[in-house]
Design a protein around this ligand. Structure first.
Ligand code: ZN
Length: 457
């Protein structure tokens, strides 16, 4: 298996810490809103990584955090509190918001046929561990208290920029690109481990600690959860490229300060989904959730097919045309796979397929091979089915499931009526919930001048 390692900036032969076993940590979602399809691209790529390793014979254990603590707009602990903003928008408590969007996130993962990580831990369940971690950093001289908060002193970690390879001055802090103006810090690049005082006195999630009643900094949770779930060393740490310069940089500094040893062997990063307005992000209005994509008439598998056509380390331009051609191609592909006869075992093509995966997850080549199988006249129909079934255990394109046609029209119409009633009462949260319920049933709804219409996805 060859993988690109951000730390060395090279494609390297993958060698696990323990032969045959792989420990992977993936940064999880922040659950104050729907994941946008750009975020989901990272999770799709990570799923391909995990499934490929398993297909190649490795025993994989993967852990992920869920960021359910209120956090700020930017990596640099500035801006508005995201969880609180979500709660205000939807008139719920921060805890309800976190629960609701955690559920939605895992539903999105299911819709995309992504395997759930073996270990999932919520940030809010690790408070004692954060306190212990911070105390160790204090004892070792890496952390200091100032103005009521605890900060990590980046000047104590000489290799601070080893992942980003950027001069410290180039690091973008703050949503507007400036260095944090927090006057309590010794160095402008120091980051908070624990807040008792911030600009946000209305932060609702707070815990008692030896440093005062407050809440943890964002970067802390990934270090603590990965140590707890997977031990002191990891084979692979995954995330989006936007995490390289600050979040992962800070994770490395604090974890290696805590353990006193190298933490991660391979840093793996997925590129952005972009639109003609630039990178898709939650802070810009009009981001696309998977549910929204379904409302627009696409199946989650259309989107996955669209993603797999390009390499995870390349930026991918999202467009209606791209999605339309992915939908057409996916539907045609599925018609062909469903028409194949009962599976007959064969070894044909599987070595080539493994080689495509082992080539830094070349999913585009893997898809090309899949089409080559369909076209190959020397194979029996059942052999084609067998090979493609094997391939689909990695690609997860759901190529052999027939659509369910048993429609409960009465329930659909009742839900739509309930949703319209909720909308007229301006109960948007309830209206959203019902829309989600319909989407989960495979129904898209369209609001038009003549009322609401629906169709089966
Ligand atoms: Zn993380």
């Amino acid at each position: 298996m060859k993988l690109y390692n951000t730390m060395t900036q090279q494609v390297e032969q993958f060698v696990p810490l323990e032969p045959g076993k792989v420990k992977i940590y993936t940064c999880g979602p922040t659950v104050y809103n729907y994941a946008h399809i750009g975020n989901l691209r990272t999770y799709v790529s990570e799923d391909i990584l995990v499934r490929s390793l398993r297909f190649l014979g490795y025993e994989v254990i993967r852990a992920m955090n869920v960021t359910d603590v209120g956090h700020l707009e930017s990596d640099a602990d500035e801006g508005e509190d995201k969880m609180l903003k979500g709660a205000r928008r939807e008139r719920k408590t921060v805890w309800q918001i976190a629960d609701y969007y955690t559920d939605v996130f895992f539903q999105d993962m299911e819709k995309l046929h992504l395997q759930k990580p073996d270990i999932v831990m919520r940030a809010t369940d690790q408070i004692d561990e954060y306190i212990e971690f911070i105390q160790v950093l204090q004892d070792k001289g890496y952390a200091y208290q100032a103005g009521g908060n605890i900060y990590y002193d980046v000047s104590k970690f000489p290799d601070y920029t080893k992942l980003s390879r950027m001069p410290l001055e180039n690091l973008q802090h703050g949503s507007r690109g400036e260095v944090s103006l927090d006057e309590n810090k010794r160095n402008p690049y120091d980051f908070a481990l624990w807040f008792t005082k911030s600009k946000f006195d209305d932060q609702e999630m707070k815990w008692d600690s030896p440093f005062g009643r407050g809440y943890p900094g964002w970067h802390l949770e990934c270090s603590v959860i990965s140590l707890k779930a997977l031990g002191e060393q990891l084979d692979i740490h995954c995330g989006g490229v936007d995490h390289i310069s600050t979040h992962h940089t800070n994770e490395i500094a604090q974890t290696e300060s805590y353990t006193g040893r190298k933490w991660v062997n391979y840093w793996w990063h997925a590129e952005f989904l972009i639109t003609d307005e630039g990178r898709m992000s939650k802070s810009k209005g009009g981001f696309l959730s998977l549910s929204r994509l379904q409302e627009l008439g696409y199946d989650p598998m259309d989107y996955k097919y669209f993603l797999l056509g390009s390499h995870y380390r390349k930026q991918l331009m999202f467009s209606d045309e791209g999605m339309d051609s992915a939908r057409t191609a996916y539907q045609k592909l599925k018609e062909r796979t469903l028409a194949l006869e009962e599976a007959i075992e064969t070894e044909a093509y599987l070595d080539q397929f493994k080689a495509a995966l082992a080539d830094d997850l070349n999913t585009a080549n893997a898809l090309t091979l899949l089409y080559a199988v369909l076209k190959d006249d020397s194979l029996k129909s059942g052999e084609k089915r067998y090979i493609i079934q094997q391939m689909d255990t990695v690609l997860g394109l759901d190529l052999f499931r027939e659509k369910e046609h048993d429609l409960d029209v009465e329930t659909i119409e009742r839900l739509i009526a309930e949703r319209n009633a909720a909308k007229s009462e301006k109960n948007w949260a309830r209206a959203d919930e019902i829309r989600q319920q319909l989407i989960d049933m495979g129904i898209s709804i369209m609001d038009g001048k003549d009322g609401t219409t629906w169709k089966v996805n």
